[in-house]
Design a protein around this ligand. Structure first.
Ligand SMILES: [Ca+2]
Length: 175
């Protein structure tokens, strides 16, 4: 009887330990940069783009790109940032209308003496018509991989109308 009670208590302790271990592991990514996209300030590609004050995710305007052919829209660059041993996440809200082909976020990380490397949201591309939804792409920065610039792009590999809004850079430290 005592042994049975003991094993029950042990089971409870083990379960509590597992629950706390899980909640420790699933910490939220930390926001390190935010681009509200309410105007054209800072946006690198200025052709084929316009601010749409009527249709936006945050109610304050978004960037509308009308693509008649495949285009990579250069949005923002961070300049030198001091991050390593972390997962860098580029996230944005997207809306599409009559898109033929794929629409996805693209992030380039530049490393001194090594060059530029990209990460693309090719696992969740958008096409056709979509109401506002989030898309993201991540780049794993190993220890010693500290970018001196990060470029945030939007790729329209086709044609159609795409709105982008509420761009965020997040980090989630590697275990
Ligand atoms: Ca906005």
């Amino acid at each position: 009887m005592n042994l049975r009670r003991l094993s029950k208590s042990l089971l409870v302790i083990v379960l509590l330990f597992l629950i706390s271990a899980c909640s420790r592991d699933s910490h939220q990514p930390e926001e390190i940069g935010r681009f509200p996209v309410d105007d054209l300030a800072g946006i690198l590609s200025q052709t084929g783009v316009q601010i749409d004050k009527e249709i936006s995710s945050d109610g304050k305007g978004s960037l509308l790109i009308t693509a008649n052919e495949p285009v990579t829209v250069k949005l923002y660059e961070t300049g030198d940032i001091h991050l390593e041993k972390t997962q860098l996440i580029y996230q944005a809200r997207l809306r599409t209308k009559d898109v033929e082909g794929q629409v996805y976020l693209e992030m380039w990380c530049s490393f001194p003496g090594k060059g530029e490397f990209f990460s693309r949201a090719l696992q969740t591309p958008l096409s056709g018509n979509n109401e506002w939804m989030s898309q993201q792409t991540a780049f794993i920065l190993q220890k010693g991989e500290n970018p001196d610039n990060v470029k945030l792009n939007l790729v329209i590999a086709g044609k159609g109308k795409v709105w982008i809004d509420d761009i965020r850079l997040l980090m989630s430290p590697l275990q």
